[in-house]
Design a protein around this ligand. Structure first.
Ligand SMILES: NC(=O)c1ccc[n+]([C@@H]2O[C@H](COP(=O)([O-])OP(=O)(O)OC[C@H]3O[C@@H](n4cnc5c(N)ncnc54)[C@H](OP(=O)(O)O)[C@@H]3O)[C@@H](O)[C@H]2O)c1
Length: 291
């Protein structure tokens, strides 16, 4: 039995789909407040749906019962309700889930995280604390440190909207990022299951090509066939936002935008040798599909 925490999210939902496509058993952790359509979709995949919350240890004990692997993609950054925060969900909630999994004798824990960054912010310290707990624990762990998701950071929600001829860029836009599709993150997560090469491993994940945000803008212009007006948020403004932030979420978003401004090119050669996940989705494909 494979438990997926974050099953109604982008990566978690895709992990459930892939597991069920491979004929593996899936238990999806959802909340009372989770979107009913997403829960129905999980059921239609054949997943066993269990209610729980990362803040509620008893619900996690029940969810982990007889599970052999746990995938955790849950995060409060995009989907949160009263009481949810980086401290309660991304830090303590994940620690609760690890404790519950360990007590239930789960064999492997697969965590979606991001690479260590040279900027302090609460989401990063939460991720590092959870990773440290896994390293010190009894379970086989796989920590997948993914860089920026294409579908999130190159989307209108974050100001990247070539269809409407505008693109907001954080920083100068010349540092390269290995944008990765959330679907490929899910494919690596599923490929890590029972894979000796993923045992007690920390693996950085990026897409097939590192491109600077300005290079992405040029490709987007070709895809939509019109010029795109670029608006830069200067690095100094991001640093000021990071320093002035009054809550963890604001400070974390400023930290992530500074990370973007600094760039994150990841050489995937070695990882792809160990995990032959074919045809990673490129930014070009994404831009063509969304143009
Ligand atoms: N976006 C990026 O570029 C990026 C890059 C690297 C790593 N990551 C990491 O990748 C992971 C997956 O991201 P994603 O985009 O798939 O996330 P997402 O779509 O925002 O999904 C978050 C999931 O967490 C669940 N959740 C939130 N609070 C919870 C709680 N208290 N108890 C139980 N479940 C809770 C949500 O459930 P409901 O539907 O019930 O709210 C949802 O299923 C995250 O850990 C993120 O930090 C993201």
């Amino acid at each position: 039995m494979n438990l997926v925490a974050g099953a109604t999210g982008m990566v978690g939902g895709e992990i459930c789909r892939l597991l069920s496509e491979q004929g593996r058993t899936v238990r999806a952790l959802v909340r009372e407040t989770s979107n009913p359509e997403k829960v129905a979709r999980l059921r239609s995949l054949g997943a066993e749906v269990v209610r729980g919350d990362l803040k509620d240890r008893a619900s996690l004990d029940a969810a982990c019962r007889h599970a052999s692997a746990v995938f955790s993609t849950a995060s409060s950054t995009m989907s949160r309700h009263e009481g949810d925060s980086i401290e309660t969900v991304d830090r303590q909630g994940q620690l609760n889930l690890i404790d519950a999994a360990e007590e239930a004798d789960v064999k492997q824990f697969i965590l979606i995280s991001f690479p260590s960054i040279d900027v302090n912010f609460p989401l990063q310290s939460a991720k590092r604390a959870v990773e440290d707990r896994l390293r010190r624990g009894r379970m086989t762990y796989t920590i997948l440190q993914s860089t920026f998701f294409t579908e999130v950071w190159l989307s209108p929600a974050l100001g990247f909207d070539p269809a409407h001829a505008t693109a907001q860029i954080y920083g100068g836009g010349h540092n390269k990022i290995s944008w990765i599709s959330f679907q490929d993150v899910a494919r690596f997560a599923v490929a890590a299951l029972d894979n000796p090469r993923a045992a007690n491993a920390v693996i950085k994940l990026g897409g097939p090509e590192a491109l600077s945000p300005m290079e992405v803008v040029r490709l987007a212009e070709q895809a939509v066939g019109k010029p795109v007006a670029v608006q830069h948020v200067p690095e100094e403004a991001l640093r000021a936002q990071h320093a002035a932030a009054t809550d963890s979420m604001q400070q974390s978003f400023a930290g992530l935008m500074l990370y973007y401004a600094h760039g994150d090119a990841i050489d995937m050669t070695e990882t792809l040798r160990a995990f032959p996940v074919p045809q990673l989705k490129s930014v070009r494909e994404y831009l063509r599909a969304t143009a």
